[in-house]
Design a protein around this ligand. Structure first.
Ligand SMILES: [Ca+2]
Length: 316
């Protein structure tokens, strides 16, 4: 994504700045603002209504834009999940942090969580973890609804919204607080996964601690496989969604990844109907996540922490 990433960069700069580290103890940070970092997954920069897309509804992201600052010229230097998340964690190019494609995050390079923790913050993680190791080994005190791969579980959801075989996130599970797969919440991506992450985030931010918190919430929406959230079928009419201006039935040149997983979601050549149907579900999954972000923002407001919390939204 290339839109509000600079918001995350700003937070990372804050975390890694020299002003935080020397006064690194819990008492020094009392009264300092909380930090809530919200990250979506594979969300295009043109899918926030108030930034110029009249075809999608994102009231809570719109509120963040209206009440905050949107960095509309920032770019994501590396669009792959693993590398992009490693860059968000370190504030450092993937060519230097040990994760140029895959690989291990350099152990000597502090993460944003390690820096906040050293400064006296509580550091909490919710949602997708797509870096080597686990959050607790990289500066996070606790996790809730940690979402990670590694188990050999039968994928409970076989088909996406269009009836295609699910190929992404197979076997991933949400973990309980003690690290065990929470199979009641499903395997792989599920229709309600954003709600599970929001539930976990709300549980954490409802704690009252004298020290500020850094709460990092990684959604998986709207990454494929796209699963229609409950109650969202028909929310967007494919016939009313305009085609992207650069629509073509086929790539005009060999970009080297013609057989990549997400390149095969539809057969080639593509038709306008295929693309519109895909966008309708993509928008629905974003709107559902937006509603879950709204629950988090409302919980912050309800527990009187909204005015003392810096909220950063970005995508990977
Ligand atoms: Ca991604």
């Amino acid at each position: 994504m290339n839109l509000p990433l600079q918001l995350a960069c700003a937070a990372i700069t804050l975390a890694c700045g020299t002003s935080l580290v020397p006064s690194a103890n819990a008492a020094a940070t009392r009264g300092w603002p909380n930090i809530l970092l919200l990250v979506s997954d594979d969300q295009r920069s043109d899918t926030i209504a108030t930034l110029g897309n009249p075809h999608i509804r994102t009231p809570y992201l719109d509120r963040l834009v209206r009440q905050g600052v949107a960095f509309t010229r920032a770019i994501c230097p590396n669009p792959l999940c693993v590398t992009s998340r490693a860059e968000i964690l370190t504030g450092c190019t993937s060519f230097l942090n040990g994760v140029p494609y895959g690989g291990r995050l350099r152990p000597d390079m502090p993460t944003i969580a390690e820096t906040f923790r050293q400064a006296g913050y509580h550091t909490w993680h919710v949602g997708k973890w797509h870096v080597h190791g686990e959050p607790k080994t990289r500066g996070y005190e606790e996790t809730r609804a940690l979402y990670s791969g590694g188990g050999k579980f039968e994928n409970t959801l076989k088909r996406d919204h269009a009836g295609r075989e699910v190929t992404g996130y197979r076997g991933w599970t949400i973990k309980t607080a003690d690290g065990k797969p929470d199979l009641e919440k499903g395997v792989g991506l599920t229709a309600e996964i954003s709600r599970h992450f929001a539930d976990a985030a709300i549980e954490m931010l409802n704690r009252r601690t004298p020290e500020p918190f850094f709460l990092h919430v990684n959604f998986t929406a709207p990454h494929d496989p796209l699963i229609m959230p409950p109650g969202y079928a028909g929310r967007y009419d494919p016939a009313k969604i305009p085609l992207p201006p650069n629509f073509l039935p086929e790539h005009p040149f060999d970009h080297g990844n013609a057989r990549g997983r997400d390149e095969l979601l539809w057969p080639w050549p593509r038709t306008p109907q295929m693309v519109r149907e895909e966008l309708a579900c993509y928008y629905a999954v974003i709107s559902h996540m937006d509603g879950q972000i709204g629950r988090i923002l409302n919980a912050l407001r309800a527990n009187s922490q909204a005015d003392n919390t810096i909220i950063v939204f970005t995508s990977d």
